[in-house]
Design a binder for this molecule. Structure first.
Ligand code: HEC
Length: 217
């Protein structure tokens, strides 16, 4: 785990040298300071497996969005309810690793942000844009979890302060649908790369699409 929080904006060389000299106390700490929760940081936990809601996910790499996606088995929302936007962000160092290899490294964090869609603002005449926050979910690839992945739900609310600051990994009946859909329907590992066009292209080139995935492209 050493090196997880090592990338810092200031004096990386000096910090690296100090790290090798001091070894203990560099990176790897679960009580990383806010400064350590930088763009490249992976998951931050309390009590070993409860995920701290990333504060800066809107500065992470945006990989794709959906508008009004509905899944089989789900009751579709009534026609007069506006469709929900989903936006997916991944921590930048894992995104870079994926662009080189087509696989997700350990310590990858995904954030799925849900927002309502709106129409009423000039000069809009017909399209939809993102409105209020509706909820926030996350998914982590980390070997500390029994099957290497975990799902988290920070709850629903129109403001970040309505959401949980820390979420325990979903388990049992709460996790079952996440695990099932993210195992059976996904293009790469447990992730919906088929909905993220720039990643899909990389997965095709690197040959990392799951054997059972039917690639329409
Ligand atoms: C029936 C299918 C289905 C179920 C059940 C499901 N998801 Fe997803 N999930 C999707 C699809 C499709 C996407 C693709 C992108 C989108 O929604 O914009 C996605 C994307 C995600 C992402 C972004 C990273 C990725 O894997 O592509 C996260 C995080 C996520 N879901 C969390 C959850 C959590 C947490 C649960 C359970 C509470 C859950 N999902 C249940 C279908 C599902």
């Amino acid at each position: 785990m050493i090196g997880k929080y090592r990338r810092r904006r200031s004096s990386p060389l000096l910090y690296g040298a100090l790290c090798s000299f001091l070894i203990a106390g560099c990176g790897g700490s679960e009580e990383g300071s806010e400064e350590q929760q930088t763009l490249s940081a992976g998951p931050r936990y309390v009590d070993g497996t409860s995920l701290v809601r990333p504060l800066d996910y809107r500065e992470w790499t945006f990989v794709g969005s959906g508008l009004g996606l509905t899944y089989e088995g789900e009751t579709t929302s009534p026609e007069d309810e506006p469709p929900i936007f989903t936006s997916v962000f991944v921590n930048p160092s894992s995104h870079r690793a994926f662009m080189e290899s087509g696989v997700w490294p350990n310590d990858t964090v995904f954030v799925l942000e849900l927002r309502d869609s709106q129409t009423a603002a000039a000069p809009n005449r017909g399209g939809r844009f993102q409105g209020e926050l509706v909820g926030l979910e996350a998914e982590v690839k980390d070997s500390r979890f029994p099957d290497g992945w975990a799902f988290f739900d920070f709850g629903r609310g129109s403001d970040l302060s309505d959401l949980k600051e820390v979420a325990t990994p979903l388990s049992g009946a709460a996790a079952a649908p996440c695990v099932q859909c993210h195992t059976e329907e996904t293009a790469v590992e447990r992730t919906f790369v088929q909905f993220y066009p720039t990643l899909l292209e990389v997965a095709r080139q690197k040959g990392t699409l799951k054997p059972g995935f039917r690639d329409g492209g």
